[in-house]
Design a protein around this ligand. Structure first.
Ligand code: FAS
Ligand code: PHB
Length: 395
C-alpha cells in the first residue's frame, strides 16, 4: 500500500473536479485529483454547450478566459419556435442585462487540462476501486492503479465524480434523502461539421422537441426528442435530419446546413437531487449531487456554482480560519439547485411531447407559450431563470 497525503482529495476529473482543483491550487491549497478514466476518454465527451454569465466570469477568474473569449459565441437571447408557425425570443439581455455564451464543455475540459499541465498538478488517471473512509473524523481514500493499492490521507474529500460515481453512496442512508423524476423520452444528439444557425433555437412541436445549438463557426450541435428505448443505431443521419427539419418552421428548416454526423449519442433525461450535499468532511459537487434535464442548459452551470461555493468555503477554512461558509455549503448550494431543478423540470414539461399527454395538455402548453410571447412580465421571469439564478456572493 502506497500511502500519501494532501489537504483536499478530489474524486473525479471532469469539469467540476478540474476547476475546483485549479482554483484551490491558485490559493495554495494542496489537492490531488483521482479520475477513473483516461485523459483521452474524459476529453472525448460531448456534453453541454451553453454557459451562464456567472460561469463565464468564474472561468475567467480561474484564468481560463483566453480561448473561451476568442472562440465562444456571446448571445443576448435564445429563440423558441412553437405551435408550428410561431416564434419568440427569450430576451435575456433586455430583462436581466446579462448575456450567455455558447462554448462547449469539451473545450472547457481541454482548457482545464492544459491549465493543470502548466501547473504540474497531481491528476491521477485510471484509478480503480475508489473507496471513501472515516468521513467524520480523519478522512482518507483508498484506490488502486494498475493493481497497486494506494491510500490518500486528506482533510477534505470533494465528491466530483458525477451521477454514477461513488461519493454520493458514501453518505449513510440514514442521513440521505434522494429526489428523482425520470422523463419518458431521451435526446438524440448529433455533432456535424457544418455552419450552425446564428441563434440557439428550442423547438416545441406536436411530434416532439428539437434543439439547434452550436460549438464553433463550423461545428453544429443538434438534438431531437426520441423514445426512451431508442438506440443510436436506430437513427441514421438521414432519419435524424429529416426528423429535425420536419419539427422546425419551414423558413428555419431552409437555413439548416445538414452534413454527416461526426458524433451521435442518446442522453436519457432525469431530475435528481440528493440532500445533504455535505457529510462530515465529504462535500458533493455537480452531477454527483444533482442532475437536471438539459432543456434549460443548466447541468454544467449548476456544477460550476457548486464549485464556486466549495472553493470559497475552503479558502475560508484554510486562509481565513473560518468554518462559516463550509457550514453553510449544503444549505446555500441546495437553494440554487432546487431553483434550477424546478426551472429545468418546468421548461422540459413545456417543450416536450409526453407519450401520455392529452389534447388538453397540448392546448395548455400552447396557451402558456402564447402568454409568454405577449407578456413582458412572463418574459422577465423566464429571462431571469434561463439567464441563471443568483449565486450568493461569498467574495
Ligand atoms: P462529470 O460526470 O462530467 O464528471 C465526473 C467525472 O468523475 C468523470 O470524468 C468520471 O469519469 C469520474 N468518475 C466517475 N466515477 C469515478 C470514480 N469512482 N472514481 C474516480 N473518478 C470517477 N449539461 C448541460 O448543461 N447541457 C447539455 O446539453 C448536457 N448534456 C449532457 C449529456 C450527457 C450524456 C451527460 C451525461 C450530461 C450532460 N449534461 C449537460 C450535464 C453535464 O454537462 C454535467 O452537468 C457536467 O458534466 C457535470 O460535470 P461534473 O460534475 O464534473 O460530472
Ligand atoms: C448544447 O449546445 O449542447 C445545448 C444547448 C442548450 C441546451 C442544451 C444543450 O438547453
Amino acid at each position: 500500500m502506497i500511502e500519501s497525503k494532501t489537504q483536499v482529495a478530489i474524486i473525479g476529473g471532469g469539469p467540476s473536479g478540474m476547476l475546483l482543483s485549479l482554483l484551490l491550487h491558485q490559493e495554495g491549497i494542496d489537492n490531488v485529483v483521482l479520475e477513473r478514466s483516461t485523459r483521452e476518454h474524459v476529453l472525448s465527451r460531448i456534453r453541454a454547450g451553453v454557459l451562464e454569465w456567472s460561469t463565464v466570469e468564474l472561468l475567467r477568474r480561474a484564468g481560463l478566459g483566453t480561448r473561451m473569449d476568442l472562440e465562444g459565441h456571446v448571445h443576448n437571447g435564445t429563440r423558441v419556435a412553437w405551435g408550428g408557425a410561431h416564434t419568440l425570443l427569450f430576451d435575456i439581455h433586455t430583462y436581466t442585462d446579462r448575456h450567455f455564451m455558447a462554448y462547449g464543455q469539451t473545450a472547457i475540459t481541454e482548457d482545464l487540462y492544459q491549465a493543470h499541465d502548466a501547473l504540474g498538478s497531481d491528476v491521477q488517471h485510471q484509478v480503480d476501486q475508489v473507496e471513501l473512509h472515516d468521513l467524520t473524523d480523519q478522512p482518507y481514500v483508498t484506490y488502486t492503479i494498475n493493481g497497486q493499492a494506494h491510500r490518500l490521507n486528506c482533510e477534505v474529500i470533494a465528491g466530483c465524480d458525477g451521477f454514477h460515481g461513488v461519493s454520493r453512496g458514501a453518505i449513510p442512508a440514514s442521513v440521505q434523502r434522494n429526489f428523482e423524476k425520470v422523463y419518458p423520452f431521451g435526446w438524440m444528439g448529433v455533432l456535424s461539421e457544418t455552419p450552425p444557425l446564428d441563434d440557439i433555437w428550442y423547438i416545441q412541436h406536436p411530434d416532439g422537441f428539437a434543439l439547434a445549438s452550436q460549438r464553433s463557426p463550423m461545428l453544429s450541435r443538434y438534438y431531437v426528442q426520441c423514445d426512451l428505448n431508442d438506440r443510436v443505431q436506430d437513427w441514421s443521419d438521414e432519419r435524424f435530419w429529416q426528423t429535425l427539419l420536419e419539427r422546425m418552421p419551414p423558413e428555419l428548416a431552409a437555413s439548416v446546413v445538414t452534413g454527416p454526423s461526426i458524433e451521435k449519442s442518446i442522453a436519457p433525461l432525469r431530475s435528481f437531487v440528493t440532500e445533504p450535499m455535505r457529510y462530515g468532511q465529504l462535500f458533493l459537487v455537480g452531477d454527483a449531487a444533482h442532475i437536471v434535464p438539459p432543456t434549460g442548459a443548466k447541468g454544467l452551470n449548476l456544477a460550476m456554482s457548486d464549485v464556486y461555493y466549495l472553493w470559497r468555503a475552503l479558502v475560508g477554512r484554510y486562509r481565513e480560519n473560518s468554518e462559516h461558509l463550509a457550514d453553510r455549503y449544503s444549505q446555500v448550494a441546495l437553494k440554487r439547485v432546487w431553483d434550477t431543478t424546478r426551472f429545468s423540470w418546468w421548461v422540459t414539461t413545456l417543450l416536450h411531447r409526453f407519450p401520455d399527454q392529452t389534447d388538453f395538455d397540448m392546448r395548455t402548453r400552447l396557451s402558456e407559450l402564447q402568454y409568454m410571447s405577449e407578456s413582458p412580465v412572463a418574459m422577465h421571469q423566464l429571462a431571469e431563470q434561463y439567464g441563471g439564478f443568483p449565486i450568493e456572493d461569498w467574495g
